[in-house]
Ligand binder design. Sequence first.
Ligand code: HEC
Ligand code: HEC
Length: 689
Amino acid sequence: MIWFRRVLLAVLATALSTHATYADDATLSFVRRHCVECHGDKKQAGGVRLDGLTGDMSNDGPRWMTAAEQVRRGLMPPEDAKQPSATAKTEFVNSVRHELAVRTQRKPNLGNLVAHELLFEKAAASNAQATEATAPRLWRLSPDAYSAWVNDVACGTPKGVVQPFSAGAERGVQDFAQLARVDEPAAEILLRNALTIVKQQTRHDIVDGKVQAKNDTVREFTDLMSPTAMPTREQLLKALSKQFRLALGREPDEADVAHLLKFYERCASGGDRPGAVTTMLTAVLLRSDVIFRSEFGGPDGMLTPREVANAISVTLCNRRDEALRKAVDLGQLVTREQIAEHVRRILDDPKIAKPRLLGFFRDYFEYHKAVEVFKDEPKDLWHRPDQAVRDTDRLVLHLIAEDEDLFRRMLTTPLAFANVKMSIDKATRKEVMKRSLIPNAHNQRGKSVPEELYGLKEWTDQQPFAQPANTRLGLLMQPSWLIAWSENFHTDIVRRGRFIRERLLGGTVPDLPIGVAAMVPNDRTHTLRERVSSVTRAESCWKCHQHMDDLGLPFENFDHYGRLLDQDWVLDAEATAKNVDYKGKPKGDVLRGVPLDTAGLISGTDDPKLDGPLKDPREFVTRLANSDRCRQVWIRHIFRYYLGRNETLADAPSLQAADRAYVGSNRSYKALLVSLLTSDSFLKRGPQR
Ligand code: HEC
Ligand code: HEC
């Protein structure tokens, strides 16, 4: 077993070496020459220090980005200061942008550092440089894909199998290829899981010296479990072939066979033949091509047909697709048209489960995190975030299935599902819609039920239904999203604003610096809007918060349980003080209604169609939904999810093609995905950097 571990770890070690990269001297010396006199140790104009800036763009990325932006907009150095030549400025901006585009590829949530217009302007496509194509890479299975794999190989998930991998990023797109490492503890778990799986595959009793296989085992394996019989070569080959097909979806080649048979011989020389068989079968499950999907590309620089089959099926389904497997053998995954045909087939076939379609929307909106935000249940509401998440899942699946103008509809649809679950009707064997949570005296007692959140007075199986006018539109007003983007006791204006800035406007906000006292004052005699503004409008805070707060404010139309408000509530200090019993003991807080303010502002996008004040969240999402730029930013996120990395300048043609495919197909999401999964970015591998 120790031997296995060594082999496995050696494979992983080569796969996981990382590259650190640095800005070239020219950009650093530009900053030293033209900026540091006002932004250095003696003077920190505007509270900005640039002398500590390192050449490491992947760590210092946001600061480099701000510096380059100031220069690009002609704001820095200030007019009255000594100016670098126009060429020097342009070169600086371009080289920072270029470096950022290359260096931040691998880190989640830094994708927006690549300026939007560099990717979507017409000229961008021709500027693309071949050296920036995706390097050959290995991409570890995601936690979900690993679970699916175990389930397939072991005919169900055996007890004792543990998830070895954790999700990658704390927010946003989780599964980035470069983050998906296998560390030593994970390798250990993989090894134990493999042993458990083979044990399950070979479960048997020995009765009168004969093997009796248990249910859900693999015949080819249990046949070899007799302690006395000598497995024939043919039997061993059959077993190997079966295990390869289960684990990898292909037959072993000659080298695999020779290697594993030799391995078997060595183990069997001790006399324990069944033990040697299980060890050999375990070895197959520990191959690196089980744990990693390889994307090395063939001699022509394109992924090989087998790599394509793997990539497409794991990308959409989390597991290997049988028809793609066969297509490889038939030589049918060579041209782009052939690949597109298979992508379309998978997308069109409702019988093929495609958890990764929903997966993108969960990573992008993060509404599923509603279940992680603890909230006391109020007296008048049956608070069930888990159901809110299920209802949003269903809405997303509905919109994907309809495939009409998905971007606009996900932001502005009046449709919703409320308190729904699907179940199979025993008589007709058809799927029917049922009320999911059914109130009873114990759990309800005068509380409003989940469907009332969406404006439904009475539950109906005619869903989705249109919510009343002027209430909720789209996913950003689904209770699940509003709950997820709240804290325990109030909504989260700042992070909601950050969400809009990053995921829809394509902007960036520098991380909250360590050591800043980021506390919302607890004085509940003021609205949250007032309390947040009272601290973040200070100059040193506003330079970051101007990019967030105004974008989060319109959602103050709802409380942190996702309930629609018609007025805001604050603590009435005077009435609370008077609210005492006859002994003078306080009887609790008294609230006072105040007029609701849902105004907000989009600023700093350079897009006159976007920038400007807003009166409420409905006007807000409608403006976002009609914006080409916002749609393209959404596509950039789709790219990140399905390619497991950030986009670079070289991806401009693929991104533009995906956008054109969407717009030109009457806004079909399927067309967008077909375009993306057949793009050079997906299929082509450049030289190793
Ligand atoms: C002669 C002094 C001077 C020089 C040289 C100078 N700056 Fe500034 N910088 C300022 C002052 C003053 C402010 C604050 C007021 C403002 O934003 O206009 C500032 C603000 C900034 C900010 C913050 C802007 C914001 O909106 O928060 C950045 C970033 C910045 N400078 C970058 C640079 C870079 C990059 C260079 C070199 C190319 C540079 N500065 C050169 C004086 C200078
Ligand atoms: C360099 C940028 C930056 C500066 C400067 C900054 N913030 Fe923030 N702040 C952020 C970001 C980014 C977040 C959101 C953090 C997240 O997403 O978890 C945040 C979040 C907050 C929050 C909400 C946090 C919570 O837990 O509810 C408050 C309140 C806040 N900041 C107050 C301040 C105050 C007060 C200052 C000035 C003293 C300040 N910030 C300065 C970037 C900044």
